[in-house]
Design a protein around this ligand. Structure first.
Ligand SMILES: *Cc1c(COP(=O)(O)O)cnc(C)c1O
Length: 501
């Protein structure tokens, strides 16, 4: 579509609910005539015999197939196009991961299977732990946590247990104002008071601000690196030294590890513990609340506190070790999201070390290509060099009345998933764009064309952009109401309202 503002009416977007397509007596199957004696329903207990299910939709096969196929075409996914959601690292999920995960012995493995039948699965787990240890520069890895935020909680619990063992769990966790919301939430959940540090004019942590806030009451400093502005904390080693000098620990939110794999190791620049979002960096699927994996890597001094069970090799065989006196305990049922772990290891092994490094370089190149091409049209609040994502602000477009959310909504009409809006919070009107390494240049150019066209629309007809999107079934929804008062259940219209129809 060009920027003319013309929209296309798509009729099948008027799709109703399956319930609304129902008419009595329609069925989606035909059974052959009965050739065995019919059983009296009373044999099963008369109370269990049902004549039908009230308000259950009665539809034909073609109606069912069309209904769900149409719904599937309303989805936007990474297999359809660029998904530039910053911080989320929405990279393409290579099919080789799926192929490996479907290996019969892996797909059908059961967590209650005895250890002697699980040696292969345990070896895979051990190999992934070793690979993540190597990538992060850390001695100890757990694959139990089910997501990044869950990994954060595991990591801060490790720090708490470690400090407790030394006699004092301490009271405070310091978090920069650029942090993801899960960081302060995690610290609070683990029982710490959260103090926020203001970033400097480069969008970075200021060592002198940190030094002033640091005391022997501070348990940990939680830092994302590269941070959520997409820039590398250039004083990271000094930051770690300041925290360690007062006996504190540094937690690194590794959600942005896509910018570092193969180039720099957090263990080498002074981080004590971190998580990786395998569903971001290691190309495993994201999903609504899962399936994810928030692997946690830690330096050796935190190893005794790692969640149980831990993998241990005895006489050449793997076994799960539950007898670890200082452990924080289990953080998840069984051993983690095993199917996701298989995909992550498959990704790592398919690339190998040099391949992973190239992927990182490509991620940096793609983000900087977008930065360069979009800079003439959008305001760049921080001039520091970009890593794997670039954060613009809407300040130029806002003068015409269009905000980051309006631009994001209009992108949908151009066939792209929106970028991340309004985060990080230190950038008013943030437009956070992360292309990832998996995007070809042609796709990036299409995205640039769309962004430039929208910038021009805002110059000439901002009111038009404020009502976007036009090409979707519903345009703007009340996001607050959707979160606060979701309607999660369909109810059959009452007979009165049916009569009125
Ligand atoms: C995605 C993300 C998280 C949370 O990870 P989940 O896997 O969604 O729980 C935390 N911090 C940052 C910076 C992130 O981008």
């Amino acid at each position: 579509m060009s920027g003319t503002g013309k929209t296309v009416q798509v009729l099948n977007q008027n799709e109703g609910l399956l319930f609304e397509q129902s008419s009595p007596g329609k069925i989606g199957y035909q059974l052959p005539p009965l050739d065995v004696p019919e059983v009296d329903p009373k044999v099963l207990g008369a109370g269990n015999a049902r004549a039908g299910i009230e308000d259950f939709p009665e539809v034909s096969e073609v109606e069912v197939i069309r209904h769900f196929t149409r719904l599937s075409t309303w989805n936007y996914g990474i297999d359809l196009g660029l998904f530039p959601l910053g911080s989320c690292t929405m990279k393409y999920n290579p099919r080789v991961n799926e192929l490996v995960a479907r290996t019969e012995g892996l797909a059908w493995a059961h967590p209650y299977q005895p250890e002697d039948l699980s040696q292969g699965a345990m070896e895979i787990t051990a190999q992934l732990e070793r690979a993540i240890g190597e990538i992060t520069g850390m001695e100890s890895v757990t694959l139990q946590p089910a997501a990044g935020a869950h990994g954060e909680m595991t990591g801060i619990l490790l720090i708490r247990s470690y400090l407790e063992k030394q006699g004092n769990p301490r009271k405070i966790v310091l978090v920069p104002d650029s942090a993801h919301g899960t960081n302060p939430a995690t610290a609070a959940m683990v029982g710490y008071e959260v103090r926020t540090l203001k970033s400097n004019d480069k969008g970075m942590v200021d060592p002198s601000t940190l030094e002033a806030a640091m005391s022997e009451d501070v348990a940990a400093f939680m830092v994302t690196n590269p941070n959520t502005v997409g820039v590398f904390e250039e004083n990271i080693a000094q930051i770690a030294a300041i925290v360690h000098a007062k006996g504190g620990q540094v937690y690194m939110d590794g959600a942005n590890m896509n910018a570092l794999v193969g180039l720099a190791r957090p263990g080498d620049f002074g981080m004590d513990v971190m998580h990786l979002n395998l569903h971001k960096t290691m190309s495993t699927p994201h999903g609504g609340g899962g399936p994810g994996a928030g692997a946690v890597a830690a330096r050796a001094h935190l190893e005794p506190f790692m969640p149980t069970p831990r993998l241990k090799q005895v006489n050449g065989s793997w076994t799960w070790d539950y007898s670890r006196p200082d452990t924080i305990g289990k953080v998840r049922a069984f051993y983690g999201n095993f199917g996701v772990l298989v995909r992550a290891l498959s990704y790592i092994m398919a690339h190998g070390g040099p391949g992973l490094r190239t992927a990182t370089m490509d991620a940096l190149l793609n983000a900087n290509y977008l930065r360069k091409r979009l800079e003439p049209y959008f305001d760049l609040p921080y001039q520091s060099p970009s890593m794997h994502e670039v954060v613009f602000s809407h300040s130029r477009q806002e003068k015409k009345g269009a905000k980051t959310m309006d631009i994001a909504k209009r992108l949908i009409d151009y066939g792209f998933h929106p970028y991340t809006t309004a985060f990080p919070m230190i950038v008013p009107g943030a437009m956070m764009i992360e292309p990832t390494e998996t995007e070809p240049k042609q796709e990036l150019d299409l995205f640039v064309d769309a962004m430039v066209a929208i910038a021009k629309e805002i110059e000439t007809d901002p009111a038009f952009v404020l009502k976007a999107p036009y090409n979707t079934r519903v345009s703007r929804v009340d996001e607050t109401m959707a979160a606060r008062k979701p309607i999660l259940r369909w109810r059959a219209p009452s007979p009165q309202s049916r009569a009125a129809d």
